[in-house]
Design a protein around this ligand. Structure first.
Ligand code: CTP
Ligand code: MG
Length: 238
């Protein structure tokens, strides 16, 4: 039977790209003549997602509406809304701007190499487990340092994952988790992803599902060079 439950995507582009250190915020830097954000939007536009909410910085809403959503004809975008100071503020704004859905995928606009397969896996993961995050087992040994940067703890690598987006949830569950987070300041410190919000603010467990090592987040300048290679490869494989 056809699954008529609706899925939305919240795509985040309200960051300042401090670590990139570029004049233009990294999500608007150009790759093959298109802003980086275009590639993530395209993947979601071409997916089974019903609705896309784009969250952007103050003063960037018009640019996104006209120069990205309008120009490239992203017809699934139902809202372009202003984010906030921290990533979790932006997510919360995005969740509130969704019009009608049962499930929601939250994705970093700075991950242009996301594919239809990854989006589908996350959507299915939300249906099956209520909450999931895509990630990959880490390749390097990870150490936690003490405050003087001496190695302190070496966790078992076999259980370490690097977490990516999309992260997908039952809409009511993640909205409730975020509402709770917004009203309790002590939990807000160090929140870097949505799974963490669901983990700490609800009883629900978040399933980790395999994404792709190529689903990188553009963070520092060399990531742009890597993304160029990966985007070309994705386009060739189509
Ligand atoms: N993001 C957001 N709102 C914020 C902070 C981040 O929407 N207040 C988005 C970014 O635009 C990005 C994603 O969240 O798509 C992941 O964040 P990150 O890679 O940390 O991007 P920036 O915060 O822009 O970069 P930096 O931390 O280097 O300043
Ligand atoms: Mg950041």
């Amino acid at each position: 039977m056809e699954d008529r439950r609706r899925t939305a995507a919240v795509i985040l582009a309200a960051g300042k790209g401090t670590r990139m250190g570029s004049q233009v915020h990294k999500q608007y830097m150009e790759l093959f003549g298109k802003p980086l954000l275009y590639y993530a939007l395209l993947a979601f536009e071409n997916s089974s997602v019903d609705e896309i909410v784009l969250v952007t910085g103050p003063g960037e809403v018009r640019y996104c509406r006209e120069e990205i959503v309008g120009k490239y004809g992203f017809s699934k975008v139902t809202a372009v809304t202003e984010g906030g100071k921290e990533r979790y503020h932006s997510v919360y704004e995005g969740l509130k701007a969704v019009t009608n859905c049962d499930y929601v995928l939250v994705h970093d606009g700075a991950r242009p190499c996301v594919t239809g397969e990854i989006i589908e896996a996350a959507s299915q993961g939300a249906r099956q487990h209520k909450a999931c995050a895509v990630g990959m087992p880490v390749k390097d040994t990870i150490k936690m340092s003490d405050e003087n940067e001496f190695a302190a703890i070496t966790p078992d690598r076999n259980r370490l994952w690097m977490i990516q987006t999309p992260q997908a949830f039952e809409y009511e569950l993640v909205l409730r988790a975020y509402e709770k987070l917004m009203s309790s300041e002590k939990y807000q410190k160090g929140v870097t992803d949505d799974a963490m919000v669901v983990e700490t603010m609800t009883q629900e467990k978040v399933k980790l599902i395999r994404g792709d090592y190529a689903n990188i987040k553009i963070t520092t300048p060399e990531d742009m060079e890597i993304a160029a290679v990966l985007i070309k490869r994705n386009q060739r494989d189509k």
